[in-house]
Design a protein around this ligand. Structure first.
Ligand code: CMC
Length: 428
């Protein structure tokens, strides 16, 4: 096949190169389009727009494939720890034992946050959402490391910022939960690994010895791995575009948290659980009625649909099985799981969803697990952010290493054409 695409416009013909990635997906490179033709492309929601060439994550929405650096998500979720996956996503290869030990040690050495950062929590009103707090905390971190504001620092210094951010994230997330409950915060303990430390700081208690439950540690590792990266989604694209102005890493990641918060993106995991509770409390579990309301456009089915997956979301498949196993192992019998399964079946058998290729996504079952593990609903999207952090950082790092231009889309202007200024006395 030709590696050129031809565009005919007016009486002229233009040729544009076609680039092809390692998995054979191709793109028309239109860098010179406007200069040559005077045209720009128009693609609301970037449904057909590639913004970078990335070597981090591959996904095939038709076949339901997701791979980080070439490794299938099913294998990673079944065999690796979250820290191994963080290393893989960030540095491109699975770590050797020595590399993993060194990486874990680096992370352990940076888990504490400045005491003044802890004081920031005092300004939040009691009902402030954990995601708002997370954004604030992450952007506030930049104040404690002003050297990270310099976009021209050496790669080792950038790596230190990366390690700091990864190491402090569980501490901050756990503090958000503790502060939300009005409980004293717990400081990190170097004897624990990354995930266990997070669980200790979140569920431990100053007055008692913490005993980690291997079922919970394993579940948490799996969930975080499944969220670790997802190529150019709304939040990753945000992180890249903010970083493309050479904004510092903390600010770029805080922007990613903001994008994730929305209910059409990561905020859906909170919304799913609230929807299931609503069905339990106000619909007497009648899922058919809810499906009808969705078809009548009275509500969205949260946790359903995906911009890229049009067959199934491989993460959702893994999470559904994990959900059954984890609840059984923990001895939790949650009626919301039954409602979720019935709702899924009702939707999958309905032409409205079949025709639109709407399937459960990663958020559909994850909340039921988070709830069983003991997280309050408002913390769910924070957990998504904790998992996604290595992905965002890798996207930011790749964008900077590729020396990408500042992100600056164009538009088709549809406002008024030029008109004379009207003095205030003459306005109607
Ligand atoms: N419930 C009801 N109808 C839906 C849903 C839904 N969850 N999702 C899409 N549709 C309909 C939509 O109304 C449209 O119908 P029509 O063609 O008749 O106008 C059709 O399906 C195609 O939808 P779309 O808006 O073109 O799909 P999209 O690819 O732009 O949006 C989405 C993807 C995830 C934003 C959307 O499916 C959605 O809002 N889902 C609910 C929120 C959710 O679960 N988000 C989590 C996404 S996965 C985790 C993550 O990465 O953030």
């Amino acid at each position: 096949m030709s590696n050129k695409a031809t565009l005919q416009y007016g009486d002229k013909t233009y040729e544009f190169p076609v680039i092809t990635g390692t998995e054979n997906e191709s793109a028309i490179e239109i860098g010179k389009l406007r200069a040559q033709t005077g045209l720009i492309t128009y693609d609301e929601g970037y449904k057909n727009t590639g913004v970078t060439q990335s070597a981090i994550t591959f996904l095939d929405g038709e076949l339901g494939i997701l791979r980080y650096r070439g490794y299938n998500i099913e294998e990673l979720a079944g065999k690796a720890s979250f820290v191994e996956v963080m290393y893989l996503v960030l540095y491109g290869e699975l770590p050797t034992k020595a590399q993993l030990a060194a990486f874990e040690n680096e992370l352990t050495m940076h888990t504490l946050v400045h005491e003044n950062l802890v004081k920031v929590f005092e300004v939040f009103p009691s009902r402030s959402h954990p995601m708002g707090q997370l954004m604030t905390m992450l952007s506030t971190l930049s104040s404690f490391y002003p050297e990270s504001l310099n976009p021209n620092i050496k790669p080792e210094e950038t790596n230190l910022t990366i390690i700091r951010l990864l190491a402090k994230m569980p501490t901050i997330c756990a503090m958000i939960q503790k502060k939300g409950k009005g409980h004293p915060i717990l400081y990190p303990q170097n004897k624990y690994d990354y995930v266990t430390n997070f669980l200790y700081m979140t569920f431990g208690n100053v007055s008692e010895e913490y005993v980690a439950d291997p079922v919970i540690v394993d579940a948490m590792n799996k969930l975080l791995i499944l969220h670790a990266d997802h190529e150019q989604n709304c939040s990753a694209a945000t992180v890249r575009i903010v970083g493309s102005s050479h904004a510092n890493l903390y600010a770029s990641i805080a922007a990613g948290v903001a994008a994730l918060w929305g209910p059409r993106h990561g905020g859906a995991n909170q919304e799913v659980l609230e929807m299931l509770e609503d069905i339990r409390d106000n619909y007497n579990g009648d899922v058919e009625k809810v499906v009808q309301e969705v078809k009548d456009r009275k509500r969205m089915l949260m946790g359903f649909g995906h911009r890229v997956y049009k067959n199934f979301d491989p993460r959702a498949k893994i999470i559904k099985v994990a959900c059954d196993n984890i609840l059984a192992k923990l001895g939790v019998n949650d009626p919301l799981l039954d409602i979720a399964k019935k709702l899924e079946q009702a939707a999958l058998n309905d032409p409205f969803f079949v025709e639109r290729k709407l399937y459960p996504n990663v958020d559909f079952y994850s909340g039921i697990i988070y709830k069983a593990l003991g997280f309050p609903t408002q913390m769910f999207t924070v957990l998504f952010a904790l998992g996604r952090l290595p992905g965002w950082i890798s996207q930011w790092k790749e964008m900077r290493e590729r020396k990408e231009d500042i992100g600056r889309p164009r538009q088709v202007y549809t406002g008024p054409t030029e008109r004379p200024f009207v003095n205030i006395e003459d306005r109607k």
